[in-house]
Design a protein around this ligand. Structure first.
Ligand code: IPD
Ligand code: CA
Ligand code: CA
Length: 264
């Protein structure tokens, strides 16, 4: 597989994410066919499916040799070589409820690590993007993570999350520890967008006990390119081809965050 120009790939990711954002905005407020997947709260709508088709079509037109793995139509993320990893609508629960926090997320993973990212947040009219070594941007303007190592001055996104094996939310202790240590905890219901907000400094950090690659591949690159840090909850490196617990931060608070949430 020949190399691709990462800035060209970033431009393509932006166009694909914008197309998906356009689809979900057009369908907002229309009667939606709402179904469930692995769990009664794991929703999928016609907007998710149509947005993923729009992304796949745009990427296939420009990069016919690069496979696409997406939340709704599946696909394998290889350890070697390139693969687009897409979440056409991250925050489906918010979208269905009429909450304005959701986005479309497109990442290019190469040899198991994200190298290009685009996240379209249509309600805020914001397009986050990044490519490896070239920084992160929102609507084309460079962004940086929040300054400072004092967590009591930073808002942290943390998700109480259902363990599907036990049917219980099993990380309330970790969320409470973060609430005690920080300016406050928020749970926005869209991991990709929360990572974008860490990258641009609105949030100081993000913690989630279980996420899939399409939820976080683009957002994690944004955070790193904006000067932050992303690891698993035990501090080890993220494996982008499978699910895991994730901690993302402005870097200066990372050690304290890991101590608060403990090991996976
Ligand atoms: C969900 C969001 C949410 C996270 C869930 C994900 P979806 O993605 O990222 O923040 O807590 O675990 O499934 O289903 O809205 O694409
Ligand atoms: Ca998702
Ligand atoms: Ca989704």
């Amino acid at each position: 597989m020949k190399q691709v120009d990462l800035r060209l790939a970033e431009a393509a990711a932006i166009r694909a994410a914008a197309a998906a954002g356009g689809v979900v905005q057009k369908m907002r407020g229309m009667p939606l066919d709402i179904g469930t997947k692995a769990h009664p709260t794991d929703l999928v709508t016609t907007a998710d499916r149509e947005a993923e088709s729009a992304i796949r079509q745009m990427l296939a037109d420009q990069f016919p040799d690069i496979p696409v793995a997406g939340e709704e139509s599946g696909g394998h993320i290889p350890d070697a070589g390139p693969c687009w990893v897409v979440d056409p609508l991250d925050g489906t629960g918010n979208y269905v409820a009429g909450l304005p926090f959701y986005c479309a997320s497109v990442a290019l993973i190469w040899d198991g690590r994200p190298v290009v990212a685009a996240i379209c947040a249509p309600e805020q009219e914001e397009m986050f993007s990044a490519s490896a070594g070239a920084g992160a941007r929102v609507n084309g303007q460079p962004i940086r993570v929040a300054a400072g190592s004092d967590l009591t001055r930073l808002v942290v996104a943390a998700r109480p999350s259902l363990n599907r094996n036990t049917g219980r939310v099993d990380n309330l202790v970790e969320c409470a520890a973060l609430a005690s240590a920080s300016l406050g905890v928020r749970s926005l219901g869209t991991s990709a967008l929360e990572l974008g907000w860490v990258a641009c400094g609105r949030l100081g950090a993000f913690y989630h006990p279980r996420l899939c690659p399409w939820d976080v591949a683009a957002g994690a690159l944004l955070v790193v390119e904006a000067g932050g840090c992303v690891t698993r909850a035990d501090g080890s490196g993220v494996k982008w081809t499978s699910g895991q617990a994730l901690v993302a931060s402005n870097g200066a608070t990372h050690a304290e965050l890991l101590a608060r949430v403990g090991c996976e």
